[in-house]
Design a binder for this molecule. Structure first.
Ligand SMILES: [Fe+2]
Ligand SMILES: [Fe+2]
Length: 494
């Protein structure tokens, strides 16, 4: 669970995300490409910081049963974003890597070198180890596959037992769904950057899987959606926008075809960023005016990329082009006064901003959903009120999957949105003394029920959030009263 991730483990997971991006870039670019080199340097720098203390001189990143593991637990969010890295380790016949203090960028590049030829996995691993030694890559040690006697990590265990970080997600079928979503977005951006067809069919098929996940119990889905990652490609952002849009569309009763197109549009809405110069896209500081103007071209560039694609639908093109347009006609790119924006594009716009506000970024904290709603509502004229109302109603102040503390001191998991935005359905997990309730003794309660009026959510438990002041809640509740109740439009073709 998110609150169990201490800063060190979060630091390692962020470093894995950097390594994973390096693996993705290396797949399509040559070894000395500036971005490949920069990511390898960045990973080495992070290892230097993380392995700088006397207590820790090495970090083992394992691969067991298709998942990245560390200290005997699955790193679910890292597994999701690291498809290419996992493929590389599999190609090496390896069950993971031990990174020792002193790991250098050139060693990382050696690790990511494409594996040629085939043969017995043991032979491939033997040859890869020999190659690393020849290249003086002495701070990396390739592990034998998981479960073999030479495996370098702790035994990996999955499921709820043993306190894995993402407890309950150990064997979650959503992981491959998310892995595919991340893979599709990353691939589309990389293809867009290299001038080839971004391929919308892959996004559609991933979107269909997302729909199936949404139709099931989507608590875990939202939990995964809320993971912070610091990817530079806005990949995580696009996946979360698509997930939110499909969740809301599903709650609004959109048909399957519309949901498929909506999800694909969410996945690809920022694909134009692939055509923004890397020095601007990856600039570690604030953009100046000129750079900001260039960045603002991404909706236009995205629409052009999709128009050039053989498989893009009207909604994806429209969402890429119009997701920074305001409901009152402002925003960018500039357009004719008669141009009408679809309500589905408005929905993507709302999800886009909500995701940006509630996600942690290297330069900002995550905001609570209620603070994000407050900001959205305060920006009068920016959003289609029907799309905004649908977002608020589907998620509530305490989105399913989040953990909350009640006035009584009890702690609970939110299992569904309730009849009011601040009165969700809960499963109690700790009593008022802090004692954890056993699995079978966790009552499910509807805070909207008349006999639960005494209970009230006091706060969202999430270390990524800045503290949520009580006034924020009052302001947000007041503003919400002004929202219309009609459903957000569906089934339109743009
Ligand atoms: Fe954008
Ligand atoms: Fe976006």
């Amino acid at each position: 669970m998110a609150e169990r991730r201490d800063l060190t483990s979060a630091g390692f997971e962020d470093a894995i995300s950097v390594l994973s991006h390096a693996a993705s870039y290396r797949r399509i670019y040559f070894r000395t490409h500036p971005r490949v080199a920069a990511l390898a340097e960045e990973f080495a720098r992070r290892m230097e910081v993380l392995l700088g203390s006397p207590q820790r001189s090495a970090f083992f990143l394992g691969l067991a049963n298709g998942k990245l593991v560390h200290d005997g637990r699955a790193l679910v969010s890292s597994t999701i974003v690291s498809k290419r890295l996992i493929e590389q380790l599999e190609a090496l016949g390896s069950g993971g890597v031990l990174f020792k203090r002193g790991t250098r960028a050139d060693e990382v590049l050696e690790l990511l070198e494409p594996v040629r030829g085939g043969g017995e996995p043991a032979r491939i691993l033997h040859d890869a180890r020999a190659r690393l030694r020849t290249c003086q890559a002495l701070h990396l040690e390739l592990s034998a596959p998981y479960a073999s006697p030479e495996w370098l990590g702790q035994t990996y265990f999955s499921g709820r037992e043993g306190g894995c970080a993402e407890e309950g997600l150990g064997e979650e079928p959503l992981v491959p769904v998310y892995q595919q979503l991340f893979g599709i977005v990353e691939e589309a951006h990389l293809r867009g950057a290299s001038g080839s067809d971004v391929g919308v069919d892959g996004a559609r098929s991933a979107s269909e899987k997302l729909q199936r996940a949404v139709r099931g119990d989507f608590r875990d889905l939202l939990q995964l959606v809320r993971y912070s990652d610091y990817d530079s490609f806005t990949v995580g952002h696009s996946v979360r926008v698509a997930t939110l849009a499909v969740l809301i569309g599903h709650a609004q009763g959109f048909d399957e075809r519309t949901l498929t197109e909506l999800g694909a549009a969410g996945l690809l809405h920022d694909v134009g960023k692939a055509r923004i110069p890397e020095e601007i896209l990856f600039k570690p500081a604030a953009l100046d005016d000129e750079e900001r103007q260039i960045m603002k071209r991404h909706p236009q560039l995205g629409a052009e990329l999709l128009l050039d694609s053989t498989s893009a639908g009207a909604l994806a093109i429209s969402a890429a082009w119009g997701h920074h347009l305001r409901h009152d006609g402002g925003g960018y790119p500039s357009h004719r006064p008669w141009a009408v924006r679809s309500q589905l594009t408005s929905l993507i716009q709302v999800c886009d901003i909500f995701e940006a506000l509630t996600a942690a970024r290297p330069y900002k904290h995550a905001l609570s959903p209620q603070r994000a709603f407050e900001i959205l509502l305060a920006d009068r004229g920016a959003f289609d009120p029907r799309a905004l109302a649908a977002l608020v109603r589907t998620l509530g102040f305490y989105p399913p999957g989040s953990h909350v503390e009640l006035d009584s001191g009890e702690q609970a998991l939110v299992i569904a949105a309730g009849s009011a935005v601040d009165r969700p359905h809960l499963e109690l997990q700790r009593d008022a003394t802090g004692r954890e309730l056993a699995e079978g003794e966790r009552p499910r309660i509807d805070l909207g029920a008349p006999d639960q009026r005494e209970r009230r959510v006091a706060r969202l438990i999430d270390p990524a959030l800045a503290t949520c002041a009580e006034e924020e809640r009052e302001v947000a509740l007041e503003a919400l009263a002004a929202l219309p109740c009609g459903p957000c439009g569906s089934n339109e073709s743009e």
